[in-house]
Design a protein around this ligand. Sequence first.
Ligand code: ADP
Ligand code: MG
Ligand code: MG
Length: 250
Amino acid sequence: MLEINNLHVKLEEEDKVILRGVDLSVKAGEVHAIMGPNGSGKSTLSYVLSGRDGYEVTDGTATLDGADLLAMEPEERAAAGLFLAFQYPVEIPGVGNMTFLRTALNAQRKARGESEVSAGDFLKLVREKAKNLKIDAEMLKRPVNVGFSGGEKKRNEILQMAMLEPKMCILDETDSGLDVDAMKLVSEGVNALRDAGRSFLVITHYQRLLDHIKPDVVHIMAAGRIIKTGGPELALEVEHNGYADILAEG
Ligand code: ADP
Ligand code: MG
Ligand code: MG
């Protein structure tokens, strides 16, 4: 599914190296978590994979099902099945949530050479997915995220994910973290989407998110590299002892 080899990344504008040889292999159906101290490059990794401007890959590769992700435009990455949540919980005044979802879905279909979804089929689909996430019709009509609570924004992102049915979902928990309710919503939404053909990369500072989203593999990232990989017990070790011991080993 996702294969990252020896990925080195620096800032485009400055000579600041952020990723120093990241290796990561996520198989279909697996959930991997990346933890690590603040500033270790976790968000940068997710930005680079999604194709955000401002970063320069100086070495290494990243492929999704064998296709070179780094050579694709951001829309092509989305069409190839990559989804990054929590990157932009932006408000889009003037654009209705439904319109936004339909545009995103059709952009994905177009990039895949498929025809646009009909108005009727779209409505059926969005209603069904929204219902599963307890999103009411009123929220679907409102401008994207405008005046949404934190929890509603999170649910809306999970709705975007459910509509686009990505193969590889990257969730970068923001530094501010989620409150308990938002964390539950995100976890339930993610767990409902877990599937043999879909993989997740969950980036988090907090072990507690991993109580809800049970990872198959846990990685610790520090200073731009993955320095340790293990099972769910690694997250518990971090919870109890912090990063100091692992950093000393690494
Ligand atoms: P994490 O998500 O693990 O906290 P980040 O990927 O956000 O780490 O950041 C890694 C390092 O790169 C930090 O030192 C951060 O300050 C720096 N960094 C990332 N993006 C930028 C940027 N656009 N400009 C300046 N420094 C940046
Ligand atoms: Mg940070
Ligand atoms: Mg971060």
